[in-house]
Design a protein around this ligand. Structure first.
Ligand SMILES: *Cc1c(COP(=O)(O)O)cnc(C)c1O
Length: 483
């Protein structure tokens, strides 16, 4: 009675037909604008209320019903979708998603995904080499930068407590001295540093923000001064977080100087390279990551500039032994006897238990594209950002805030009329572009001023696309001021 509902060697035609129909339905409804502009309330009305109908429906009917879901999606591939670190996914990675979802392997124990486990291990080994980490390094795939940052800070916390107070957080919880621990990062670091500190029982106030220079990079002099001051106050630097590619500006903290200070003060160095890790594959700019090999742990995101569908990230660890702070043995998944027999069970290195086989899509993308072309795509996004920055700098209606790093360009709209408030106008302009389905552009505050932002993630767009978008932004801004 249920056999036709599931893929199996004896039930292939239903699967083939379902996938083919789904592809047709998807392609027929693909949005051609960045966004339809519908409000959340309008979207809610399109969904109706029958979440679980009592009877069955044909797939054709269901695909009819799913059409609004497709139509009112954000078009990640559109040249004017340029707000976030949110890429169009590679076709090879989408093909891989079909395989990994259909086979539904899980990454917790070897028997739940034998080949999947071995491929993830091989990809992790490759990744550690690519980051020039020494022998003994280890890695694990994660759901993304948030989880990888959390893991880095968790291991930093537990290693710090073990070193200073000979105490196991895993067994005994936080020690009485925990209130003396601090994490240090730049004021441009990702908010998940504070979020992690809060979740790790140290509290968000345990994060010390270090000043950045005029290029939005952590200032090593300020870092040194704060570390010095902390020592005098009896505080303990559990971790220094350097960012390789800040979310707003793409700026890369001085990795070598930061690493040296972290070592001098006995702190764990975590490098958040969620964004900048793509430079590992760059043909022209790999040198910008010099010093990444000095990290104790590294965050890598593949669902950013490796063009993978969400979710796909990794966490790299200089000394793989440090995963011990996470490991607990479950008799049903990773009994200690397995370790003795050399059976690899990834659950011991992960925050998750059941986990997707995300390494496959990255591997298939690499196989399809090859290193040279992948590197060219990375480099192309930087080239596009430089072009956009030049155009902005030469347009009196726009103001460039920095030289682009990685592929971020932060700028302002300059009002034609002195009486227009630029901050309000900028916010309205961005909203207008979104609601009219014209463009999805980013925004951020710099020194208290409201700014616009491009994040060039799509190597398939052209200089002409960027020029047209900038002209449109100015035109809509002028219309807004006139209205
Ligand atoms: C995107 C980003 C993160 C968070 O990563 P997710 O994959 O969204 O969880 C962390 N750090 C930096 C620098 C980022 O750009």
């Amino acid at each position: 009675m249920f056999e036709s509902e599931f893929l199996s060697p004896s039930n292939q035609s239903a699967y083939r037909e379902a996938i083919a129909k789904t592809v047709d339905a998807l392609l027929a409804a693909l949005p051609t604008r960045p966004y339809s502009g519908k409000s959340a309330a309008e979207l809610r009305a399109l969904i109706g209320s029958d979440m679980l109908p009592s009877g069955t429906s044909s797939l054709t009917d269901v695909l009819d019903r799913v059409r609004p879901q497709i139509v009112h999606s954000q078009a990640v591939y559109h040249p004017n979708t340029i707000a976030h670190l949110h890429p169009p996914p590679l076709i090879a990675s989408l093909a891989a998603e079909l395989i990994s979802a259909s086979l539904n392997q899980s990454m917790d124990s070897f028997d739940l995904g034998p080949m999947a486990t071995v491929l993830e291990l091989a990809m992790c080994e490759w990744l550690c080499k690519e980051a020039s980490l020494p022998a003994g390094a280890d890695a694990i795939f994660t759901s993304g930068g948030t989880q990888s940052n959390f893991m880095g800070l968790l291991l930093a916390r537990d290693a710090c407590v073990e070193k200073h107070w000979s105490w196991s957080v895993q067994k005994r919880g936080l020690p009485p001295e925990a209130s003396r621990m601090r994490f240090l990062c730049s004021e441009m670091a990702h908010f998940t540093v504070e979020k992690s500190a809060s979740q790790l029982g140290l509290g968000a106030d345990a994060v010390i923000k270090i000043r950045t220079d005029d290029k939005f990079r952590m200032d090593p002099a300020d870092l040194a001064a704060r570390l010095q001051q902390m020592t005098q106050e009896g505080l303990v630097a559990a971790a220094v977080v350097a960012t390789a590619g800040t979310t707003d500006f793409g700026s890369i903290d001085p990795l070598r100087e930061t690493a040296q200070l972290a070592r001098q003060f006995g702190a764990w160095l975590h490098i958040d390279a969620a964004y900048g890790s793509a430079l590992l594959l760059s043909n022209l700019h790999r040198n910008l990551l010099d010093g990444i090999e000095l990290a104790d742990s590294i965050t890598v995101d593949f669902h950013k500039k490796f063009w993978q569908p969400i979710s796909c990230g990794a966490f790299l660890l200089r000394d793989g032994e440090q995963f011990k702070h996470l490991r607990l043995h479950a008799d049903y998944l990773n009994p200690e006897s397995h370790e003795e027999q050399g059976i690899p069970n990834l659950v011991g290195k992960s925050l998750a238990t059941s986990r997707r086989f995300d390494a496959l899509k990255l591997w298939m993308s690499f196989q399809a594209m090859g290193r040279v072309k992948f590197g060219q795509m990375v480099d192309r996004t930087l080239e596009l950002a430089v072009h956009a920055a030049r155009r902005i700098a030469s347009n009196p209606a726009l103001e460039l805030l920095h030289e682009p790093a990685l592929a971020c360009v932060v700028f302002r709209y300059v009002p034609a009329h002195a009486q227009s408030d630029p901050d309000t106008l900028t916010a309205l302009l961005r909203q207008r572009l979104f609601e009219r389905g014209v463009a999805i552009i980013g925004h951020t505050r710099v020194h208290g001023r409201q700014c616009l932002k491009f994040t060039c993630m799509n190597p398939a767009i052209s200089e002409a696309d960027l020029d047209a978008l900038l002209d449109e932004i100015v035109k809509q801004g002028r219309d807004l001021e006139g209205s």
